[in-house]
Design a protein. Structure first.
Length: 331
């Protein structure tokens, strides 16, 4: 096994490891860490459909084999069970780094994937988050805003982990010349979303389907901006292929209070669904809405699927996973 960068025939006409823009892009070797997860699996579908070779690296912490099963048997698809906290040797052109539990291990995993990108000259894309803005004092949030994160708060492990991941990404760019891209993803929903991980959209949809009350935390006046997953995947691919590092906000600027979201869920699934108020979690951001001017201008990207159009698209998937296999409540 040679430690020299070697691309197994894909993109090997390009010894610098840089991927020239505007060239035909078929036949790249691409790693998607966290590719068996919600966003990752939709990204993998697009990349495979485009004709690329995709290696999914996932430890199935929150991801599921079912999300990528449609590609089993395809020679362009490979699934590796691996925890990115451990080093990994692969030969690839691009790395979409999505693997991330809500804990500090995302820092070690990011370091390893940056080390991999440096060794083989691959382009590296970090999926960061709008949580880097914390409880924002600027509204809507622009990429130039440095954020308002409580470093010792109950949510800070995830937020600070992603902030550190952004720092590492820029350090590897400046220090080692790694080609990097940073996406700051705002709340995203769609089919294959984890059913029971406590996110508001999955909670409300599952609750409405199960004829349980929709649990609104706090007074329900806090806002979020919800993006449909296909819009996000399009943005991630444009970012990877484009020439700009970012960071770029990728989100839908349509802003909703949690009570408004509950109404949309009622309209979509069950007009009789009840609402139940619960105490909110500490340090919950009051407002969140992306300013996407930068992505519009430099990536030519903007979301196309409004909440009322996107929500129905995840309902049949949820219905099937909740009721379809006689395993209600177990996910
Ligand atoms: P997800 O939990 O569905 O996907 C994450 C995947 O990473 C899962 O398949 C999980 O098994 C895998 N994973 C976790 N730890 C791992 C490890 N140590 N080694 C290997 N694999 C590991 O979550 P998602 O919503 O698809 O999120 C994807 C990325 O986008 C994450 O980095 C997340 O922080 C970011 N993001 C998502 C949202 C959103 O609203 N969905 C918002 C902001 C940022
Ligand atoms: N790494 C990896 N795969 C590779 C190259 C590196 O997982 O192909 C890991 C490596 O084990 C280390 C991290 O990435 O933990 C950072 O690597 P780098 O070479 O930047 O740092 P160094 O090993 O010199 O400290
Ligand atoms: N939330 C809610 N009911 C739920 C789950 C969440 O009202 O069942 C609220 C939560 O307090 C927060 C918002 O919905 O204000 C978004 O929460 P989520 O965890 O989905 O996303 P994040 O806070 O990470 O943006």
């Amino acid at each position: 096994f040679s430690s020299a960068p070697h691309r197994l025939g894909f993109g090997s006409a390009n010894p610098t490891g840089k991927i020239p823009l505007g060239l035909k892009r078929k036949g790249l070797r691409i790693v998607v860490t966290g590719g068996a997860g919600f966003v990752g699996s939709h990204l993998v579908d697009r990349l495979i459909a485009r004709g690329d070779s995709v290696i999914v690296v996932d430890n199935f912490f929150t991801g599921r084999k079912e999300n990528v099963m449609q590609h089993f048997g395809n020679p362009n698809f490979e699934l590796i069970r691996h925890d990115v906290v451990e080093p990994l040797l692969l030969e690839v052109d691009q790395i979409y780094h999505l693997a991330c539990p809500a804990s500090p291990t995302n820092v070690v995993g990011t370091l390893n994937m940056l080390g991999l990108a440096k060794r083989v000259g691959a382009r590296f894309l970090l999926t960061s988050t709008s949580e880097v803005y914390g409880d924002p004092l600027q509204h809507p949030q622009k990429e130039t805003y440095w954020g308002n994160v409580n470093p010792i708060g109950v949510r800070s492990c995830y937020d600070e982990g992603k902030r550190t991941a952004e720092t590492l990404t820029m350090d590897y760019h400046r220090g080692a010349g790694v080609e990097v891209r940073i996406a700051r993803i705002f709340n995203t929903y769609g089919p294959r979303m984890c059913i029971d991980d406590g996110r508001v959209v999955s909670n409300f949809v599952a609750q409405a389907l199960r004829k349980e009350p929709l649990t609104v935390y706090g007074d329900g006046k806090q806002t979020r901006s919800f993006q449909y997953v296909s819009d996000l995947v399009e943005g991630l691919m444009r970012l990877m292929e484009g020439e700009h590092i970012g960071p770029f906000n990728l989100g839908n600027p349509g802003e909703f209070t949690m009570l408004e979201l509950a109404e949309v869920v009622q309209e979509t699934i069950d007009p009789d669904a009840k609402i139940e108020f619960r105490p909110n979690t500490e340090d919950d951001p009051h407002k969140r809405k992306p300013d996407i001017a930068r992505a519009k201008e430099l990536l030519g990207w903007e979301p196309k699927v409004a909440l009322r159009k996107g929500l129905p698209l995840m309902v049949s998937d949820f219905r099937q996973r909740i009721f379809g296999d006689h395993k209600e409540g177990s996910n």
